[in-house]
Each structure stands twice: as structure tokens, then as C-alpha cells.
Design a protein. Structure first.
Length: 370
């Protein structure tokens, strides 16, 4: 990902929900190159219209002026990377902003990616290369989904944070790095510590300044300004004439719980502009899930306490059949069901199964589900 900065500005463009000729001012943070990132699940914009969001913005900017490590906690699609970029923009640090997704690399590659490597450090390392810590020198390193970081790497990251030095893979020379770390997660790290999946000492090192980013359903005053922003952006991209939100559409947007947060809202508005007629988005144009999104992590609890008994009986019947490779059959069925229930979202699927995203990808590849 190119380390482009997010920008904050006062937007005075026409607001569709209030009519084509009205104007309003709102504080908004967005990626400058949003159109080039359309396949990402990350949020593309944040507004601070809701009172809770306005308070959050003040909190973020106070933290930005310090040098403390920051931990951003929030659901997928709430805008964690945008907040991290705004922290960097307000920090006064002259170095770059570098964003790294900890779940995007295999356990074998993550160390080389973060800390760099020397030529010949491993098969295929034909020349030396600096890691992300060195690339972010003088600036901010954003580690997204830090809860996916393997335990072995957590130990090494803790050492770097303590000593402010990195050692490239295949080298014995420590390289000083002046980097501010901002981490983000969509999982409860305290629960991960109890489960043995995250180190408590690393958590305390990261949890100096915590930013809890509310889900979109908890800051409903931001829904319409975001919808208007996305409508205007897609209208320009699609070269459409003026478009406005009908009263029924406005009410539906405000009432909906947005389990996919800002990213889901963006997709809903994009689709609505494709199918709407006469420059007006109606309720029927909004592709909203009628019963909301079923969150996979809590689905088994909502179905009652007899599930394990039923599962035991089903497994007992399979054992009676005496067929070979039962473990693989059960594992494949479980992964397939979880992936389907989570609508192909690997983050939610891994959380539902209680495994890391890297472990899930291994299973998906094993059973040709990628």
C-alpha cells in the first residue's frame, strides 16, 4: 500500500438528502485515492457529525500530539486506518505513514517484512531489503489486525518496541529506528490473552493510548453525511446528474444497524445509484439485509444449549459408519459452513472458528475453498 495521507477538510458540497440546492459543512476524513481502492474492505471515509464522533475526534487529536504508542479498537469497516492516518497527520512527524496488515503475510514472511533481511537470509532473498520499520523511520508505522500476529513475532515486536532497534533477518547488527507505532484490532485482546493467543506484556506496551472506534450503528448521526458523501462521489465518477435521497430511503438508512459499518454503507449507496431512477434514491433501491447480518462469532450461543449434544450424536453416527478420514471430512464441512455463514468474509470466519486468519487460509487452500 502506498503511504498516502488521509486528509481532513470541511466539505461544503451539496448534500443530496437535503435537496440538490442546499449546502452544509461537515468534518470528513477520506483517502485521496479512494477510487483506486474499491476492492478493499476498509472504510474509505469518516465523518464527525454525531456528538459521539465529535468527542472521538477531539480525543484522537489529543493523542496525536503525544509520542505514545496508540491502540485503535473497532469492528471491521469502522475506519481504523483513517484514524491512524489522521493521528500521523496531526503528530508533526516528518517521516512517512506506512500501513501493514499483520494477517496478510505468512508466519515465514512476516519477520522479513517487518524487520527486513540480508541477502541470502533465506531461499529467494537475492538482495538485502529494509523492512517496514526502517521504511517508516521518522514517521508512523500502522500495524493493522495486530491480533493476527503469531506469538513468536509478538516476542520480537516487543523487543523492538523496548529497544527501538531492529535486526534484519540474517544479520547481527542492530539498526536504530525512530518510529511511532499505531496498532489496530477488531478482536478483544484481553480475551486473546486469556486464550493464550496474545502476550500480556505486548498488550500493555501497545495499550498506552487507546482509541475505541464505535460501530456505525452507535453513531447514527454520521450515517446520512456518509451516505451523502458516497452518493456525491459515485455520482461524479458515474457522470450522473444530481441525485437525492428520498424520505423513505433516509429513514431506512438511519434505522438500519449496518453490521458491515462504513464499507457496507458505501456498497449500498453505490448499488442504489446504479438502479435508481429520475435522480432519486428510494427505499427499494437500497440493498439492505432484511434481518440484519448474523454475526458468526455468537451464532452458536443464540441457537441454544443443545448444539453440542446434537453434534455429539451426529459424530457418533459418522463413527458408526466406519469410513476413513473422518477428521478431514468434519474439518472440511465445518470450514465450508462457517465460510458460507460469514458470506465469504475470512476475518469473520476465522473469528467464528477461533483460529487465526493464516490458519484459515491454510484450511481454505487444503480444501480448495479459496
Amino acid at each position: 500500500m502506498n503511504p498516502v495521507e488521509a486528509r481532513i477538510f470541511e466539505d461544503k458540497e451539496p448534500r443530496p438528502a437535503r435537496g440538490r440546492n442546499s449546502t452544509a459543512t461537515r468534518t470528513l476524513i477520506a483517502f485521496p485515492e479512494a477510487e483506486s481502492n474499491t476492492l478493499s474492505i476498509r472504510a474509505k471515509a469518516l465523518v464527525f457529525n454525531d456528538p459521539r464522533s465529535a468527542h472521538l475526534l477531539e480525543h484522537v487529536e489529543r493523542i496525536a500530539r503525544s509520542t505514545a504508542n496508540a491502540l485503535i479498537v473497532g469492528e471491521t469497516g469502522t475506519g481504523k486506518e483513517l484514524v491512524a492516518r489522521h493521528i500521523h497527520a496531526c503528530s508533526g512527524r516528518e517521516g512517512p505513514f506506512v500501513a501493514v496488515n499483520c494477517g496478510a503475510f505468512s508466519e515465514q514472511l512476516i519477520e522479513a517484512e517487518l524487520f527486513g533481511h540480508e541477502a541470502g537470509a533465506y531461499t529467494g532473498a537475492l538482495q538485502a531489503r529494509a523492512g517496514w520499520f526502517e521504511a517508516a523511520r521518522g514517521g508512523t508505522l500502522f500495524l493493522d489486525e495486530i491480533g493476527d500476529l503469531p506469538l513468536a513475532m509478538q516476542v520480537k515486536l516487543l523487543r523492538v518496541l523496548q529497544e527501538r532497534k531492529v535486526i534484519r533477518l540474517g544479520s547481527r547488527t542492530a539498526i536504530p529506528v525512530d518510529v511511532r507505532l499505531v496498532a489496530a484490532t477488531n478482536v478483544e485482546l484481553e480475551e486473546a490473552i486469556i486464550a493464550g493467543n496474545f502476550r500480556a506484556d505486548l498488550f500493555y506496551r501497545l495499550d498506552v493510548a487507546t482509541i475505541e472506534l464505535p460501530a456505525l450503528r452507535d453513531r447514527r448521526g454520521d450515517i446520512l453525511p456518509l451516505a451523502e458523501y458516497f452518493a456525491e462521489r459515485f455520482r461524479r465518477k458515474m457522470k450522473l446528474p444530481g441525485v437525492e435521497l428520498g424520505d423513505d430511503a433516509v429513514q431506512a438508512l438511519v434505522d438500519y444497524d449496518w453490521p458491515g459499518n462504513i464499507r457496507e454503507l458505501e456498497n449500498v449507496i453505490h448499488f442504489a445509484l446504479i438502479v435508481c431512477r429520475d435522480g432519486r434514491i428510494a427505499r427499494a433501491d437500497l440493498k439492505l439485509r432484511s434481518a440484519g447480518f448474523v454475526r458468526c462469532a455468537t451464532a452458536s450461543q443464540e441457537r441454544g444449549g443443545d448444539d453440542k449434544t446434537e453434534l455429539a450424536r451426529a459424530l457418533d453416527r459418522l463413527l458408526d459408519r466406519g469410513e476413513g478420514n473422518l477428521v478431514a471430512e468434519v474439518e472440511q464441512t465445518l470450514v465450508t459452513l462457517a465460510l458460507a455463514r460469514c458470506e465469504g468474509n475470512q476475518v469473520h470466519t476465522a473469528r467464528a472458528l477461533g483460529i487465526t486468519r493464516n490458519a484459515l487460509r491454510t484450511l481454505l487452500a487444503r480444501y480448495e475453498l479459496l
